[in-house]
Design a binder for this molecule. Sequence first.
Ligand code: DX5
Ligand code: ZN
Length: 239
Amino acid sequence: MTQENRASLTSLFDFPAIAPSILAADFTRLEQQLLACTEGGARWIHCDVMDGHFVPNISFGPLIIEAARRALPDAFLDTHLMISRPGDYIETFAKAGSNLITIHAEADIHAHRTLSAIRKAGCYTGIAINPGTSLSSIEELLPETDLVCIMSVNPGFGGQSFIPSALQKVERLVTWRREMGLNFLIEIDGGAGLSNTESITQTGTDIVVAGSSIFKADDIRSQTDALFRKALVGASNRG
Ligand code: DX5
Ligand code: ZN
């Protein structure tokens, strides 16, 4: 499918949205926990793949994405590849059931080519940057991407503290998006919770990834719903 004949992501969902990250899930109860997320209003699920090379940690691979797909046949699966040479694995993660595949700009010297491969594999495209990576490094990729993931922690682990400078990147990216006439989505990933989701969406973030805040909560359904309400308040207060 080409970009031209597929619906733009902004027309498929209402934003802002909360994207639970299954990195923090209890995998013995993955189906039950994912259903609780959807009952709390989440339709977008974030899947963090780590290879122990691009990032220091190893998480899971395509088998867990297949399991998430079986658990939630209609959910939108957002696969975040924190792996070196992501271009070698696009088919694998597309076949596993991903709807969108995000690669890291730092992990791929041929990111432009890999984004095309993601589209050819039938998925939406995403490009992520670490807290220490400048927005300017992805400027030429923006017309090729459906989503920009601004890391608000250094990737590799759940449960880290939010890095506030990520919000300045979001603000600049919102301006660039308008000036360039593009419609990619902006995602914030890492350290989001009840205390900061409102300010995250107020800056213009479309998707807030939340791992520990959701899956370590006593009630996953109501926590997802509470985060969503915070996201709505923030978005309604945009300047
Ligand atoms: C970090 C991952 C994030 C992380 C979010 O490397 O990309 O998606 O799981 O988890 P929390 O919300 O716990 O920071
Ligand atoms: Zn992630």
